[in-house]
Design a protein around this ligand. Structure first.
Ligand SMILES: *Cc1c(COP(=O)(O)O)cnc(C)c1O
Length: 378
């Protein structure tokens, strides 16, 4: 990815002036800082950022400027990335599956917080490190719905097992904590309440007072409708914590990815060609900036623009959108309503695209030249 040094007024100003033929990621640093402030001011605990959602250096830098001091990292390279900008940031290695060499690297880099969801994972950690001052967060899962896909399919111990893990973590001399992730883009705030009550139950059954409770990422970003009210999620979390842990509540941590960064970027793609049946071929697709669309709905705010920057209007029809590669699965699973007036060389500007584009874009078939342009506003 290359980032241009110039700062532009808006995506439209840039598209008009440059007429780029490659996809463009537009970054509004002020929007990122505003969202970071919402978490900082509204969440009653430590706010960290899940680096995988957007590992751009400019994102990490802006979050540091906005006061974010902790990061959820999942690999040695994410550790290196954060430490290249913030050598003293708190790093939470909350990918519960780690090789021995990854654990050794993390310890040598100063990481002192790890999640586990298996007895084997806990034993591996214990064999490689002195537990003093090292936090082990037991990742547990519930069959809770509300997210777009189920993170529990890969990660998390069921509550019975979490009880045993929490006891073993404490017995081994680690600082015991609990963590969960309700699944990405979870629009149901009550999912957090269920998890927090389950955390209290696990702690009671284990007879262990967890030092911290990490309530995950999973907070929703705006899709097609109004922006979710983060404050309402925080109220549910505060209420559930007070109810479930009336005596010694654990300190709260959150680790949003998507909800922190999505609103800070828009993503422009271009119409390369229009087929005889009205199907559209874009310069980006599921191997690039639109990789989430098959899993998450394509429904989000977007606008069709002429090369002169004028919005395309008129009656819309459901349109098939193909990506640029020679792979027949490079097509969006849902049709997108687009105006009849759409023409070759037009742009489609998608909003709320800051999560899971940078880092996920591949160069398959010679595509994937993603340029990032900084703008004053989206
Ligand atoms: C991906 C991930 C996150 C961020 O999830 P979002 O849904 O993007 O907020 C947080 N924590 C862990 C452990 C993750 O793997």
């Amino acid at each position: 990815m290359n980032t241009s040094a110039e700062i532009w007024d808006s995506p439209v100003a840039y598209l008009m002036a440059r007429q780029p033929d490659h996809p463009v990621h537009f970054f509004d640093p002020a929007a990122l800082q505003t969202q970071a402030a919402r978490f900082r001011d509204g969440f009653a605990g430590m706010v960290t950022f899940a680096v995988k959602a957007n590992p751009a250096l400019s994102v990490i830098r802006n979050l540091l400027q906005a006061g974010v001091r902790g990061f959820d990292v999942a690999s040695p390279n994410e550790i290196r990335l954060v430490q290249s900008l913030a050598p003293h940031a708190a790093l939470h290695y909350n990918n519960p599956v780690r090789s021995k060499s990854e654990i050794r690297f993390a310890l040598s880099a100063g990481v002192r917080s790890f999640s586990v969801d298996s007895f084997g994972g806990l034993a591996k950690l214990r064999a490689l490190c002195n537990p003093e001052g090292v936090e082990v967060s037991v990742r547990f899962k519930l069959p809770v719905t509300g997210a777009v896909y189920d993170f529990g399919a890969k990660f998390g111990a069921v509550p019975d097992k979490a009880v045993g893990l929490l006891q073993q973590a404490q017995r081994a001399g680690f600082t015991p904590s609990l963590t969960f992730h309700p699944g990405t883009q979870c629009e149901d705030a009550q999912a957090w309440a269920s998890y927090i009550r389950a955390a209290a139950d696990i702690a009671r059954r284990a007879n262990v007072a967890p030092a911290r409770l990490n309530v995950g990422g999973g907070f929703p970003a705006p899709q097609a409708g109004a922006a979710p009210d983060l404050a309402a999620f925080f109220r549910v979390i505060d209420g559930a914590l007070a109810g479930a842990f009336p005596d010694t509540p654990p300190a709260l941590v959150c680790e949003p990815g998507r909800a922190m960064v999505a609103q800070a970027f828009a993503h422009a793609v271009r119409v390369k060609d229009i087929g005889d049946d009205g199907q559209i071929y874009l310069n980006d697709g599921i191997y690039g900036g639109l990789s989430e669309f098959p899993n998450l709905s394509v429904a989000r705010h977007y606008q069709a623009l002429s090369p002169e920057g004028a919005p395309r209007t008129g009656p819309c029809r459901p349109t098939t959108l193909f990506g640029p590669t020679c792979d027949s699965i490079d097509v969006l699973p849902e049709k997108l309503p687009l105006p009849d007036s759409l023409r070759e060389d037009d742009y489609i500007l998608f909003r709320n695209m800051g999560a899971y584009v940078h880092g996920v874009t591949t160069d398959f078939n010679g595509y994937g030249d993603l340029e990032t342009v900084t703008v004053l506003s989206l």
